[in-house]
Structures are given as structure tokens and as C-alpha cells.
Design a binder for this molecule. Structure first.
Ligand code: MG
Length: 274
């Protein structure tokens, strides 16, 4: 009898420990203390006794052909910038044509003081791939060294900064949710080389009165290193003041002209809507 019950006991203990872990993770990451036990309704009722009862075939999962090299767009991506033109972008301040530099190597570079640029198309939940490069020669320090940024939904900045041997406030360093959430690690390549950000963004949700009822979240993988792990976005990312939570729907992807000769470059930008 012992031989029969011991594995069952082990499985039960494992299931209980998993349940507890999910509960703790949720409360820590989402800032919503909740000690109620999670019950998965679809797995309640009488336990199936046949393997087929816990297998399903529909809806089918789409087949996607991956990019051939790291970072190249998969078959179902919306390519926002492939180095050929700015067709998918406008100037943020007046929706006129982009005035940034289009380079021969398939990249773009911030044209100082011409303003932020943003996509014509609006996005909500998405997977984003984007590559960026801090300029050589190095100029200045702190927040004035190669500062740019990627604004998800047009509102929430993931910081781009030349952080190499360049300390600054941690909640404003490279890979931070600006002035809110420092990254888990600093994973930049040397100045002048190309960095990759792979970002998974989920937009916040609002009730009919415009109040936020669910925070947005973001995961950022910087050069293959997780630096934001399903982090709660607590609001907008202003330079001065508290994060705000204006009601919004989908919005553009925006790239920052920091206005201090940042010379930051971008390339290979694509999105998969989630
Ligand atoms: Mg910035």
C-alpha cells in the first residue's frame, strides 16, 4: 500500500506548492495583497480517468516561421522599420514627415531637436523587437549620454541610455520603466554596438468611468537577459511628478528625441500584436 500512496502524496504536495507559489507571486508583483486560495474552475469536479479527457485539439495554434537570424522578423510580424524608409512613422508633434536620419546601413538616427517620432498605427498588447545603438564618440554623462526611449502605448517609457561606465539614478537607467521600475540587471553591450530589446507589453484596463482597474505589465529582454519580469506599470513616466493614469485605448509606439544631441540609432523594428 505504501508503494501506491507515496507517489500520490508527492504529486499532491507538488500541486499544493505550485498553488502557493502562484498566489505569492501575484501578490508581490501586482501590488494587490490577496490571501484567497486560487481555484481553477476548469479543473474542478470529478477527476477524469481517461487520458483523452484532458487533451484538446481546437482551437489550433498558428504556425509561424521564425526569422532566419536572431532578431529578424517572423512570418506574422508587422515590420515597422526595415531600413528602407519612414513610411510607417510620423513626427509626434505635428504628424508631419519624419526628419530623423535614414542611414545607408539600414538604421535610423535621431536628428537632434526635430522631436519624437511615432508609428502611424496604434497598438495595444504586443510583442516588440527593436535594436538600438549608443553613439561614438562618447559625449557628456548621466542622463545626457545617449538618452532616448521607447514609449509603449505612446505613454510608458522604457529607457534607452548609454549606461556603460556611466552611473545615474537606478530607476532611470537603461532598461528601467522610467522613474518607476529599475531593471533587474544592466546588460548593455559596449558603446557603439547594437543592443536588442524584446518587449512583451500588456496594456492597462479601465472601467467606464475611466478608472484603472488593471495595471499594464511589461517584460523586457535586453540582449537575451530578462531585465523586466512581468513588471507592473504604475502609470505614465514623467520627468517631474507622479505617474498618471489617463484612460486610453491603443496608442502609437513612440521613439524619443531627448534634445541633447543624443545621436542614438535604431534598426530592425517589428511588432506582433497579442
Ligand atoms: Mg529617455
Amino acid at each position: 500500500m505504501k508503494k501506491f500512496y507515496f507517489p500520490v502524496l508527492l504529486v499532491s504536495l507538488f500541486a499544493l506548492s505550485c498553488q502557493e507559489k502562484v498566489k505569492v507571486d501575484n501578490s508581490e508583483k501586482m501590488g494587490e495583497p490577496d490571501d484567497s486560495v486560487i481555484v481553477h474552475e476548469e479543473y474542478s469536479g470529478s477527476e477524469p480517468t481517461e487520458p483523452e479527457a484532458t487533451e484538446y485539439y481546437e482551437p489550433k495554434v498558428p504556425v509561424v516561421k521564425p526569422g532566419e537570424n536572431l532578431g529578424n522578423p517572423p512570418s506574422d510580424a508587422i515590420v515597422l522599420f526595415d531600413g528602407k524608409n519612414f513610411d510607417n512613422w510620423v513626427s509626434s508633434k505635428d504628424s508631419t514627415a519624419v526628419k530623423w536620419h535614414l542611414n545607408d546601413d539600414g538604421s535610423m538616427t535621431v536628428n537632434d531637436k526635430t522631436g519624437d517620432i511615432q508609428t502611424k498605427k496604434n497598438f495595444g498588447d504586443m510583442q516588440l523587437h527593436i535594436e538600438w545603438k549608443s553613439p561614438l564618440p562618447i559625449q557628456r554623462e548621466g542622463q545626457n549620454r545617449g538618452n532616448s526611449g521607447i514609449f509603449l502605448n505612446g505613454l510608458y517609457e522604457i529607457q534607452v541610455l548609454d549606461q556603460n561606465d556611466n552611473p545615474t539614478y537606478v530607476n532611470g537607467q537603461v532598461g528601467s520603466i522610467y522613474k518607476q521600475g529599475p531593471p533587474l540587471a544592466m546588460a548593455s553591450v559596449p558603446t557603439g554596438e547594437w543592443n536588442t530589446y524584446d518587449i512583451i507589453y500588456h496594456a492597462p484596463e479601465f472601467n467606464e468611468d475611466g478608472g484603472k482597474i488593471k495595471s499594464g505589465t511589461v517584460t523586457v529582454i535586453h540582449n537575451g537577459v530578462v531585465i523586466q519580469d512581468h513588471t507592473e506599470i504604475k502609470g505614465t513616466t514623467p520627468y517631474i511628478g507622479w505617474p498618471k493614469n489617463p484612460e486610453h485605448g491603443k496608442g502609437p509606439l513612440k521613439l524619443q528625441d531627448h534634445g541633447d544631441d543624443s545621436r542614438v540609432s535604431y534598426r530592425n523594428i517589428w511588432v506582433r500584436e497579442l
